[in-house]
Structure formats: structure tokens, C-alpha cells
Design a binder for this molecule. Structure first.
Ligand code: GDP
Ligand code: CA
Length: 315
């Protein structure tokens, strides 16, 4: 059995721990297609927050409390940069984490495409899942906001980390999406999948930029494999993060049904065959989609693997 998972960072990473557990049980192969819209250059380093969240989490090196970055991290470089007044100061890179970005940046500068760099980094972490960036090309999520008395587009990370999404926001733009191509292996994985799972990631800034890569949405929506999504919204609120703010920008109701309708049913030109919602949201209706309820809190590996099983039972 071959499982493809469309995913963002922390929420998707936790979900993948359960997918991997399920896959080990049944002998399945897992490919994760990971959002790159959050990627940015910081102090000359190429940082891929979602790829790193997935890699560190599956590799057992993530900080479980903070949710992002490395466990047992130190911040000497950050303090030294601050002492120089180096900008930006609102995005912290830990010392251990910086080693990852140094290796990645060196390889990218030497001409290696991102999927090859990702494979090389994963060689250390042995995530047990094939990690593919959605694209090797530049695709950055920018946010059009009202700031300093005018309309400006800022990088998603500036909106998210610096402003906590708390600034009048008009829309999200996936810069570079028109000319991006799916990374090698992505279209093949989707075409060869027995099922495609949409992780309970942020639909607006994690999953949408993956689907914005030309050909990728079509590969999933018109592909042979059933598509099942898992709701990141439980009882009208995100479990963590600011999906509610992102959904509000799109004018989408922050509910399991709202996100399900945003993805849409495949027969109606959307993405989903099945939509797994939390027990609190049982009775949610998404036209042309089979909706089922199950416990959706990813408290540990076993609970998350049970979620994955419930999602697969929807196919
Ligand atoms: P990011 O890229 O690091 O922001 O992470 P993702 O986009 O992959 O995941 C963020 C989403 O995960 C948020 O919208 C949360 O609501 C969702 N999430 C986090 N923990 C859980 C959980 O235990 N259950 C469910 N269903 N969703 C969760
Ligand atoms: Ca992210």
C-alpha cells in the first residue's frame, strides 16, 4: 500500500507520526509532500520551517513543548546577532537548527535542488517517511496587509511570527506559484498512491500553497487514489496556531464543515472524497463528501495512528 500525505509543519508532522506507525503495522510506504510557502532567507541561510518540523519530529529531534525547532536547543548565535543589531530579530534560529540551515544553504548554493538537499538532510534523521518538498522552485506565501498607513505585502513569517496575524489583512499570495513545477517524484507518488491524505494542517497557509503548484491540485483531484482529509478545526477552533485568523481572511467559517467545504467534494470539482471530523463536530455536512467523526486529538502515537485508521476506513 502506498500513502501520500499533503502536509504543513507542526500539525502535519504530528499526524505523520501516526501515519508512520500505521504504515509500519501494515507494511505501507509513505510519501509526505511538504509545504515550502513558509521558506525564507535569514542571515543568508535558507530556512524551510515546515520541512524541518516534519524532519525533526519524525527523526525524534523536535522540541515537543515549543513544537518547532530542536530539543535541547541553545541560542548563542541569536544573542550574538542581536548584539550586532542584526535584523530581523523577530525570528529566532537556534544553534543546532542553524547547522541544518548551513548544510542546506551550502548544498543549494552548490546547485542541488531542494528535493535532493531534503533527501541528504533526511539521511541523518531517518524519518521513516519519504519527504518531498511540494516544489524545488521558489514559492513564497506573502500577505497583503494594512501597515504604516498603506497596503504592503509582507512575507508570511513576518505576518505570523512578528505580527501574530494581528494586523488588518487583505489576502494571501503565493509568489512564484505560476511558474513552479512539482518537485521530481511528487506527481509520480500521487499517481501511484492507493490513498492521498490531507493532514490536519492549516488549510490556508500550509495546504493551499502545496495545491498552488500548477498540476499538483489536478494530480490529486483527477488522480486514481481516493482523497481523505482530516480536520485541523475541533469544535470551532484550531487546536493550536492561528488557522482561525487565516480562515477569516478568506471569509471561511472556522469550523470542521467550513474547512471541508473550502476543500470541496471531488464530484463538485473539489479535492475530497472523505472528511474526518472530531466527535464534537459529528453531523457536519460537506456536499458530495463522506463525513465521519472520530477522536481527532493527536495526544500520542497510538491515538494518532487510530485517527489514520479511521481516515482510511473512509475510503
Ligand atoms: P505549521 O505549518 O507548523 O503551522 O503546522 P500545520 O499547518 O501542519 O498544522 C497546524 C494545524 O494543526 C493547526 O491548524 C491545528 O489546529 C492543527 N492541529 C494541531 N494539533 C492538532 C490535533 O491534535 N488534532 C487536530 N485535528 N489538529 C491539530
Ligand atoms: Ca508552516
Amino acid at each position: 500500500m502506498r500513502i501520500v500525505v499533503l502536509t504543513g509543519g507542526i500539525g502535519g508532522a504530528r499526524f505523520l507520526v501516526g501515519v508512520r506507525a500505521y504504515a509500519r503495522e501494515v507494511g505501507a510506504e509513505v510519501t509526505a509532500v511538504v509545504n515550502v510557502g513558509d521558506d525564507l532567507l535569514l542571515h543568508g541561510l535558507k530556512v524551510c520551517p515546515d520541512l524541518d518540523s516534519v524532519m525533526y519530529t519524525l527523526g525524534g529531534g523536535a522540541d515537543p513543548e515549543r513544537g518547532w525547532g530542536r530539543v535541547g536547543e541553545s541560542w548563542t548565535v541569536k544573542q550574538e546577532l542581536a548584539a550586532y543589531g542584526a535584523q530581523p530579530t523577530w525570528f529566532g534560529l537556534g544553534d543546532k537548527d542553524i547547522a541544518t540551515h548551513l548544510v542546506r544553504t551550502t548544498m543549494v548554493n552548490a546547485g542541488y535542488p531542494l528535493h535532493a538537499v531534503t533527501e541528504a538532510l533526511a539521511d541523518r534523521w531517518q524519518p521513516g517517511v519519504r519527504l518531498l518538498p511540494a516544489t524545488d522552485d521558489r514559492l513564497e506565501t506573502h500577505v497583503v496587509v494594512e501597515l504604516d498607513g498603506g497596503q504592503r505585502a509582507i512575507h508570511f513569517q513576518e505576518w505570523w511570527v512578528r505580527h501574530r496575524g494581528d494586523v488588518p489583512t487583505h489576502r494571501f499570495v503565493f509568489v512564484g506559484a505560476e511558474t513552479a513545477r512539482p518537485a521530481p517524484g511528487v506527481a509520480e507518488a500521487i499517481a501511484g498512491a492507493d490513498v492521498v491524505l490531507v493532514a490536519p494542517s492549516n488549510p490556508v497557509v500550509s495546504i493551499a500553497p502545496v495545491l498552488a503548484v500548477p498540476g499538483l491540485r489536478e494530480a490529486v483531484a483527477d488522480g486514481p487514489a481516493p482523497v481523505v482529509g482530516v480536520s485541523p478545526i475541533i469544535g470551532g477552533a484550531p487546536v493550536r496556531g492561528m488557522a482561525d485568523r487565516c480562515l477569516a481572511v478568506l471569509g471561511v467559517e472556522c469550523s470542521a464543515a467550513g474547512v471541508g467545504r473550502l476543500y470541496g467534494g471531488r464530484p463538485a470539482g473539489g479535492l475530497l472524497d472523505g472528511w474526518l471530523v472530531a466527535e464534537e463536530d459529528a453531523g457536519s455536512v460537506v456536499p458530495e463528501v463522506t463525513v465521519r467523526a472520530a477522536p481527532l486529538r493527536m495526544t500520542d502515537e497510538a491515538a494518532t495512528a487510530a485517527m489514520v485508521r479511521a481516515a482510511l476506513e473512509l475510503t
